[in-house]
Every structure is written in C-alpha cells, then in structure tokens.
Design a protein around this ligand. Structure first.
Ligand code: GUN
Length: 293
C-alpha cells in the first residue's frame, strides 16, 4: 500500500507559488490579493478563514478579511460583494459559507463576479467546468485532481465511484473525473443516500472517492483489492490515545481499508492540506487573468 501524501504535495505547491510571487515582486508587480468575507462568528468558519490568511502570508500573497455581524441585512452583504467586485486591488475573494439562515446563499454566490470567484461556486464557473472551458474549480475537487495528477495515478478507463453528491465535492469531482483530461476519462458512478446495493457498487470501484461526511463509513468489505481510495471526510472524535483527547478521522476506516488497497489518502494529511493550496492556485490564476481575459 502506498500513501498519497497530500501534506507533502501541498508544501511543494506552496513553494512553487511562493517562487512565482517572488518573481512578480522582483519585477515590481504587486502580489496576488485574496479577500475573505466572514459573516458572524461560527468557530469552524473563523478557523478556515484564519488558515487561509496564514497560507496567503506563507506564499507572499496579500490578504484581507471583511468581518460582518451575523444580523447583517442581505442588501448590506450584497453591497460588500459589489465593493469587492469593483476593487481592482483584489484579484479574488470568497464569502465563507454557511451564511446565516436569513440570507439567501445562492443570491450572494451569484452576485460574485465570476472572474473573481476563486471558490468556483458561481454557476458560470460550475457550467464552464462542466463543459471543459477554463474555469475556477472549487477547492476540494481541484485539490483531489491535482493530488491524483502529481501522484501519477492512472484514471483513464477506470471504474470510478464517488460517494456523495454535494455541490462542493461529490458532484464536481464526478464531472471532473469523467472529463477528457488526465486525471479523468474515467467511467464514473455517483452514489448517494438513496443508492441501493451500495456495497456491490463500491466493491467494483478501481478508484473510490468518498465524500459523504460519515465517520468511518467505508469498511474493508466495501473495497476492491488493489483499489485507489481518496478520503475527503474529516471528523474530530474523542480519543484516549492522544494528549488533546481528540483525533481526526475520515469517512474511511483507514486501519482495515489500507490493508487492502494499492493507494490511499490519509486523514489528516491527505485531501485537507490540498484544499487551501487550491484556493491559492486559483488566486494566482486570477492575478494573471488566466481564466477570464
Ligand atoms: N465552507 C466550507 N468550505 C468552504 C469553501 O471551500 N469555501 C467557502 N466559501 N466556504 C466554505
């Protein structure tokens, strides 16, 4: 069994991005700027946004965070988005999700200028991604594709099963894996909460991508011998084996599944570190106007 090391790959990509930023600065060009809008004080969202700020610093990007009270009116939030859409010093920005219930999330996403939508959540970017045009692809699916590419995983003609159909992970990764690219060219099946005979389907997968958000859902009997397993889940659970009293686990029962497969992404240190790096890659592309000219 070989581990697909997302932590190491993410560090390599950060070094590559930092080298490009240094070249820009040496040429007296301004570095890429990523902005984040954080509404309210959801602890997980605060953690994500500060991790993004830290990653920006590491590669030499400038960044800014717009903190907004949770009782903000939708109109007010739309004005913030409009401001960021029009600020030429900001290459890309994200509105951290989830938003408070009184705000229409889709309305906010659709108000973001597609050329600055480095999260790749705007329907224009989703549509462009789907038909194979240049597009911002959202962080997790983009991170999975980049990791498979750099790990030299052959996907062409393989039977790829995706567990989960969320807008953020399952659906976009299923589209990307079926596109005519490398990685890609796979025969893709998407499974979800209504799927029947799940075990029969997963046990036939050459590549199994798991994004269901259920801790330790995938067990060894569900996986084919020699398969490639990508675990997108991340859950904090109590543990008597760590000092903190907690540990991170994925959607896959790593200890038993790893015995059976040819390659697997660990949790932590697999897909997680690749997601922030994907956002940095998108922001660099935004700075260079690579997607929208
Ligand atoms: N909430 C959880 N993941 C994400 C993400 O990738 N982008 C945004 N904007 N919000 C999130």
């Amino acid at each position: 069994m070989e581990l697909i090391d997302g932590k190491k790959t993410a560090a390599e990509i950060k070094d590559e991005i930092a080298a490009e930023v240094k070249k820009m600065m040496d040429n007296d060009e301004r570095p890429p700027h990523l902005a984040a809008v954080l509404v309210g004080n959801d602890p997980a969202s605060e953690t994500y946004v500060s991790a993004k700020e830290k990653a920006c610093k590491q590669v030499g990007f400038s960044s800014s965070t717009y903190k907004i009270e949770s009782d903000v009116e939708e109109e007010e939030l739309l004005k913030t988005v409009e401001f960021l859409n029009n600020d030429p010093g900001i290459d890309g920005f994200i509105v951290q999700l989830p938003l408070p219930d009184h705000i229409d999330e889709q309305k906010i996403i659709q108000s973001i200028k597609p050329s600055k939508d480095v999260d790749g959540f705007h329907p224009e970017n989703v549509g462009r991604m789907t038909i194979g045009l240049p597009a911002y692809i959202s962080a997790t699916p983009n991170g999975i594709m980049e990791l498979l590419k750099r790990a030299d995983i052959e996907t062409q003609g393989k039977n790829c099963v995706v567990l989960g159909r969320s807008n953020i992970v399952g659906r976009p990764i299923s589209i990307l894996m079926s596109r005519t690219t490398q990685p890609g060219n796979a025969t893709v099946t998407v499974c979800h909460s209504k799927t029947q005979n799940l075990k029969e389907i997963t046990a036939a997968a050459d590549i199994l991508i798991v994004a269901m958000g259920k801790p330790h859902f995938v067990t060894a009997d569900m996986v084919k011998e020699g398969a490639i397993v990508v675990d997108v889940g991340i859950h904090r659970v109590e543990s008597d084996k760590t000092k903190s009293g907690f540990k991170l686990i994925g959607d896959v029962k790593f200890d038993e599944v790893s015995q059976k497969v040819s390659h697997i992404t660990p949790v932590p240190g697999g897909i997680g570190p690749m997601t922030i790096v994907s956002l940095l890659m998108n922001t660099l592309r935004a700075r260079k106007n690579e997607i929208y000219h």
